[in-house]
Design a protein around this ligand. Sequence first.
Ligand code: TYM
Length: 322
Amino acid sequence: MRVLSGIQPTGRPHWGNYFGAIRQYVDLQGEEQAYYFIANLHALTTVRDPKLLAAYTLDAAIDLLALGLDPARATLFAQSDVPEISELCWILLTGTPMGLLERCHAYKDKKAKGLPADAGLFTYPVLMAADILAYDSDTVPVGEDQVQHIEVCRDLAASFNHHFGPVFILPKAKLLDTSAKVPGTDGEKMSKSYNNTLEIFDDAAAQRKRIMRITTDSRPMEQPKDPETDHLFQLYSLVAAPHERDEMAALYRRGGFGYGDVKKALADAAERFFAEPRARRSALAAEPDRVRAVLADGAAKARQKAGEVLLRAKRACGLATR
Ligand code: TYM
């Protein structure tokens, strides 16, 4: 497997990022090739404060290392350190039908809300395609919300190959059955833009406070409930041990429990689950230069691979002069 995925540095990572994507990054590192990057070029479409974007980028690297990425088994880098991607993006933009991008949800949603969109947001999926294709990736571990973008990437790669010859590998999204769409505190998809996130690196007290605010329905305590349709239970399942999960499911089916108790159990389990990454994060944050060195090393490796693929693409379409 040749694995690649990216995460935007737009603030602090949440449970959706971890259980949908980052957990897969960690499981898949050590495959033939594993490339993970911080998508700061993508983030520039929303983070317009230079100090903040730079800080978020370093923070995202610290987060990924704290959550278990191992630079000895995976290449970790910042997207902006690989200029080959932007060049490849241009090559792919030529020949990208407008209609394909008009259907993409990030742009469509913004337009539907009457918000102004720029060309960066509109062409966002093409930059993402360049990210994926530049490393000959065949496997892209992501959450469900990115599947459409990977389909676009496949379309663009297939159409380039059709026109210019076999240059690109067609990638596939890799989703986890149980957490491709992690619910937020209101039961909708967890997302920063919905303000319904549980953050991984919140301190325990802040985490507990957010958990206590999770919305629940008003059915009486004694009424039996189906755990599988309840977002509070789904969140609990992510951080509880298997036997705790089964006991809680039985309690739901029996009835006679209060949501407040479930929230307390959830807060306890979450605290245990993330204790180690939190401690690792504090240690890493005290050594930013070490983290910068990891990114520099990763960028050198990534550039080498992306350079090879870019040259292949340039030769195929008549852009190589050597
Ligand atoms: P981003 O930064 O929005 O999200 C990072 C990863 O987290 C996953 N995710 C979720 N998974 C399950 N449930 C949720 N509630 C949830 N919320 C977020 C996302 O699916 C994603 O895998 N465009 C990408 C970054 C990117 C990229 C790439 C990804 C740029 N180039 C190339 C893969 C390949 C993004 O904005 O992810």
